[in-house]
Design a protein around this ligand. Structure first.
Ligand code: ATP
Length: 141
């Protein structure tokens, strides 16, 4: 079926994306999935990762997503994430500082009982993924 699908990426504090896409590829909890117009409806959880889509002009766009949910309808994909950032909005210095903090926390975990390993691990994952997206090939936004 020809045509674009509507993509919405929403977090508790902002609407990050609201535009038509030719294709959307999202980081599902059980693997990446692609959606074109006319897809069967489904609901799934997402992991921390990279959401990719082609905008209506065919340009590739990349968005960091901090887990959440995806609702797929035949003509619309809605992503509800705890946080999300378009590639061009990622502050690399901030992500690198977050990575350093998370690494220091992880190094502390074995020595400090009050430190939460899982929490530090997830923070590390967010930072690493933001950095990876920020360093992705030029020409994508
Ligand atoms: P930090 O420790 O730097 O806050 P974090 O991974 O804990 O990083 P999140 O909880 O994912 O941050 O996001 C909190 C808010 O900060 C969101 O609005 C998110 O868009 C924004 N944000 C976090 N890191 C960055 C970044 N590197 N560049 C741009 N915006 C960011």
């Amino acid at each position: 079926m020809a045509g674009n699908i509507m993509l919405e990426v929403v977090t508790p504090d902002k609407a990050v994306v609201s535009e038509e896409a030719q294709i959307v590829v999202a980081p599902g909890e059980y693997g990446e999935f692609g959606v074109l117009i006319g897809h069967t409806s489904f609901l799934t959880t997402l992991k921390i990762g990279m959401l990719r889509y082609k905008d209506s002009g065919g340009a590739e766009r990349i968005v960091f997503v901090n887990g959440g949910f995806a609702e797929v309808l035949p003509d619309k994909v809605t992503i509800l994430a705890e946080s999300a950032d378009r590639r061009r909005d990622i502050d690399m210095d901030r992500a690198k500082a977050a990575l350093k903090r998370a690494e220091e926390r992880l190094a502390e975990v074995s020595r400090r009982e009050d430190f939460n390993f899982r929490r530090a691990e997830i923070a590390l994952q967010r930072a690493v993924t933001r950095i990876k997206i920020g360093e992705a090939r030029r020409g994508t936004a």
